[in-house]
Design a protein around this ligand. Structure first.
Ligand SMILES: Cc1cc2nc3c(=O)[nH]c(=O)nc-3n(C[C@H](O)[C@H](O)[C@H](O)COP(=O)(O)OP(=O)(O)OC[C@H]3O[C@@H](n4cnc5c(N)ncnc54)[C@H](O)[C@@H]3O)c2cc1C
Length: 448
């Protein structure tokens, strides 16, 4: 059964640039667009900035560098430096790679407020109005009202590609069967004695499996990251078959994640030293989703680009994290495949791949960009670009590109790319240097 529901919406904001979502990509996009002089409005459905780190308690940043050069200049570097300078004394030893979450939230609040970008939390983008290849309005369902936002340029930083999807953009999700990487309900723990924690031996898991601690035997256990002298953030357990774009599926994921957390509680306390007094004090408000829509752009960043350490004329950044595809199924083969790829599809120090501006341009739209986890990439590359430092990189570029387009009344395909690159370089981004590929030949064959 369906029912028709029509409403007149107030246009609450009329801006140059609308940013959907306030994770690392959205914050970088909003701040950089505002700093370039654009009027900006950002709608975030959660109660803080920070995306998966704040809402899903993802405990650590992956690499900001290629081992030689800093890759996430601009907002990424400012966030890293802020955390290093302002995190609590008890966290100093561990941050900024591990995330002291309140420090991160404050950092984002201050940064966005200072940029002059306007924003509202508890504002969920739920609709899009399109005319002639242009997105005209985004619809936000907020606490107490539903409103429209008019903008010249729109940037989808929702992680899930919600805005582009609502506008009718093409996308892919998961592997050839639609299976996506497993989800994880992260949690914050206290009572850990880090001085006694040692690298876990796989035999500990074997013993726990034999003792029936876990309902399902999952060998892939990223672990608990130290956050302060006695606290840690867990990235433990996989919930399989969760579709992060559907509330019913996410609901099942939350319930299963909380159930699994109690198994990991028993495991850490009984089988690993240093965790005897440890307790998970809070699980995340939302389950951590690694993979949903990859919005189809003018260019699909692909595994050949990783293997060749690609350089692009319209490059807007470079990144270096390995191909990290958590299995979508809890099978021995799935885990072996993950391990094989994670071990081989990685770089030597100083190597990186380029990201072209075209992978942010949404196919079929003249004023819509993506940044962050949902950019145009194949499944393998999504498993690299999805991590937070790279989301700063694509967010920063999308924000500046949108501001340049707004200032010259251009569409996204007529942005002056050399000017964009010049601005990015001035902010400390790393652009184009070609390196010799060093991935084994069989891998190049396997993963083309
Ligand atoms: C379990 C797990 C472990 C991870 N581990 C690491 C790690 O160790 N290091 C690392 O660097 N990365 C890690 N990642 C990846 C990383 O956290 C995310 O991929 C990254 O945060 C994506 O950034 P983003 O800005 O694209 O999206 P997100 O961080 O997801 O932010 C998107 C924001 O948009 C908001 N939003 C979504 N839909 C809407 C809507 N319709 N309207 C309004 N707002 C909306 C969300 O509330 C959210 O705040 C991990 C991810 C997971 C799930």
């Amino acid at each position: 059964m369906t029912v028709q529901y029509k409403m007149n919406l107030p246009v609450k904001y009329d801006v140059d640039v609308f940013v959907a979502g306030g994770g690392p990509a959205g914050v970088a996009a909003a701040v950089s667009a505002a700093q370039c002089g654009a009027s900006v409005f950002l709608a975030e459905s959660f109660g803080s900035f920070g995306g998966a780190a704040a809402g899903a308690l993802v405990p650590a940043f992956m690499q900001f560098t290629d081992g030689v050069r800093f890759l996430a200049g601009g907002v990424g570097r400012r966030v890293r430096d802020y955390i290093r300078a302002n995190c609590p004394e008890s966290s100093k030893k561990y941050c900024p790679d591990s995330i002291p979450i309140e420090t991160l939230k404050l950092c984002y609040d201050e940064m966005v407020l200072r940029s002059g970008a306007r924003f509202e939390f508890f504002s969920h983008v739920s609709g899009a109005m399109v005319e002639d290849r242009r997105l005209r309005y985004a619809v936000c369902t907020a606490k107490g009202e539903t409103y429209a936002v008019k903008a010249r340029l729109f940037i989808d930083c929702t992680g899930d590609g919600d805005l582009a999807f609502l506008a009718g953009a093409g996308y892919e999700q998961g592997d050839e069967n639609g299976d996506t990487m497993a989800a994880t309900l992260c949690a914050l723990w206290n009572g850990i004695d880090w001085s006694r924690v040692v690298k876990p031996d796989s035999r500990c898991l074997d013993r726990a499996f034999a003792d029936g601690v876990f309902a399902n035997e999952d060998r892939h256990l990223p672990g608990i990251w130290p956050i302060s002298t006695s606290t840690g953030g867990s990235n433990a357990g996989h919930v399989y078959g969760v579709d992060g774009t559907r509330a019913d599926s996410l609901t099942r994921g939350m319930v299963e994640g909380r159930r699994q957390l109690q198994e990991y509680r028993r495991y850490y306390k009984k089988y690993l030293s240093g965790y005897e007094a440890a307790e998970p004090v809070i699980s995340a408000a939302r389950i951590g989703i690694r993979e949903t829509r990859r919005i189809t752009g003018d260019y699909v960043l692909n595994i050949d680009d990783f293997l060749s350490r690609a350089v692009f004329e319209d490059e807007i950044g470079r990144y270096a994290y390995p191909i990290d595809i958590h299995s979508g199924k809890n099978t021995a083969e799935g885990y072996a495949e993950y391990e094989r790829k994670f071990a081989c599809l990685r770089y030597e120090k100083g190597e990186s791949y380029g990201i072209p501006y075209r992978s942010l341009l949404v196919k079929g739209f003249d004023n819509l960009l993506t940044a962050g986890r949902c950019i145009s990439a194949d499944r393998s590359m999504q498993a690299s670009v999805r991590v937070m430092p790279c989301c700063f990189i694509t967010g920063e570029a999308a924000g500046i590109a949108a501001a340049l387009a707004a200032a010259s009344d251009a569409d996204t395909r007529h942005v002056d790319v050399p000017r964009l690159q010049e601005k990015l370089l001035r902010l400390g981004s790393a652009l184009s240097t070609r390196r010799t590929p060093s991935v084994p030949a069989d891998y190049q064959e396997d993963h083309r």
